[in-house]
Design a protein around this ligand. Sequence first.
Ligand code: FNR
Length: 193
Amino acid sequence: GPLRVLVFGAALRAGSANARLASLVVRLISDTGATVDHAAMHDFDMPLYDGDVEAATGLPNGALALRDRIEQSDAFVISSPEYNGSVPGVLKNAIDWVSRVRPQPFRTKHALLVSASPSLIGGNRGLWALRVPLEHLGTRVYPDMFSLANCYQAFAEDGTLIDPGLRQRLTETVTAFLSLVEADVRYVCLERR
Ligand code: FNR
């Protein structure tokens, strides 16, 4: 069947530029014929990680729901803001909770990281920081990342990117990522025969 890709906007606020970028990636992936599961941080309500809460009540439903949606996908895309040069605490908290599930779903999954930032250098430092926990968990994080600078001026009314060069680069990054995932999924199917 078609590839299943989870696209996850990691910011909570309604007007999130990263939510807009996630929506654009959803469209680009849908255009290739892949099946997209569009998620946002609001779908996964969870408290701050606390080992006592885990011992008493186990994993919160929000973490279990996120685990399920990662598990059901062949690959995932995270669109995350950069906070103080690093990963937003809300996203790191979600990764920490989900990492406690056995089997944890990050292992062997492919991931593409993208970011939108109002700064002129984009959110690339945050994405480099996000690689650390994901790679620790065994995710195959795509080497290329897409960091959208000047994000409040970057989108056209229809949700596409105004700059043709950036539009092309995002499309090519997503397409190349999907080709890798597709080749790998096919290879795994052959191996299992
Ligand atoms: C920011 N912002 C920010 N931007 C950036 O490019 N580098 C950074 O280090 C930071 N640091 C930072 C810390 C905190 C606590 C906040 C709240 C914000 C700005 C950030 O990129 C901007 O608010 C984006 O619009 C956030 O993404 P969303 O919510 O629009 O998706």
